[in-house]
Design a protein around this ligand. Structure first.
Ligand SMILES: [Cu+2]
Length: 236
């Protein structure tokens, strides 16, 4: 008879090989736009307002299509469809929406349910922050904010795509805040890249939403390494 000697180290290695740890991974990708988007529109009413015009050298334009030289598309909201009840919003740091030069900055942003959205006024003029949610349970707010006024803080309990913020003083001011019931979302940068961090293993439908170009989805499976999902939108 022969006895096999098993060292604690080799036993540990064997255990790890049998039961790999369920590591979370990132879903990464690049968003590309095919075709030439419509020209952005100069916001001429802004320049007709002396307070706002003083903060600009040239007439600002709309930013519906933020596209790089190779079609890299920014401001696409990428999320995991149907993932709910996973919000860590209550403990997540606030997301800031600023008002600068009589424009919302940024214009596309995303938060979790219960996560604080802090609205600042960096301008020397009054703004009126007015959000108009369409999903039941998310509350409408309509708050004047003086120059140097205190920050306004909002939270939304229900998921909603592109919840609209407008300014009742300056009718060209819009921002679009998407609310998710999980931390699994990202927004593409000017290089077209996005990342959804720390996704637990599983099968998901990744949704890419653009304010003007609509929505696309792709199915992915996350195991223990990063997964790449690229999207291409087309101007029709
Ligand atoms: Cu305003």
């Amino acid at each position: 008879m022969h006895t096999m000697k098993v060292s604690p180290v080799s036993l540990l290695v064997a255990m790890l090989a049998v039961a790999p740890a369920a590591h979370a991974a990132d879903i990464i990708g690049t968003i590309t736009l095919k075709g030439t988007p419509p020209a952005e529109v100069p916001i001429t009413p802004l320049m007709d307002n002396p307070d706002c015009a003083a903060m600009h050298k040239t007439t600002p334009t709309t930013h519906f299509y933020v596209v790089g030289p190779k079609g890299e598309l920014a401001d696409v909201v990428v999320s995991l469809k149907g993932v709910t009840g996973k919000s860590t919003g209550a403990s997540a740091p606030p997301v800031v929406l600023d008002q600068k030069g009589c424009l919302y900055v940024p214009q596309i942003l995303a938060i979790q349910t219960g996560q604080k959205l802090v609205v600042k006024n960096s301008d020397n003029c009054i703004h009126n922050v007015h959000c108009t949610p369409t999903v039941a349970g998310n509350e409408e707010h309509n708050d004047a904010q003086m120059p140097g006024g205190a920050d306004l803080t909002y939270t939304f309990p229900r998921p909603e795509m592109f919840l609209r913020f407008k300014c009742d003083v300056h009718p060209w001011m819009f921002a679009w805040v998407s609310v998710f019931d999980s931390p699994y979302f990202g927004i593409s940068s000017p290089d077209g890249k996005f990342v959804i961090k720390n996704v637990p293993p599983g099968k998901y439908t990744v949704a890419a939403d653009h304010r003007k170009l609509g929505s696309q989805t792709q199915d992915v499976e996350v195991k223990d390494s990063d997964v790449t999902v690229n999207f291409t939108f087309e101007v029709k």
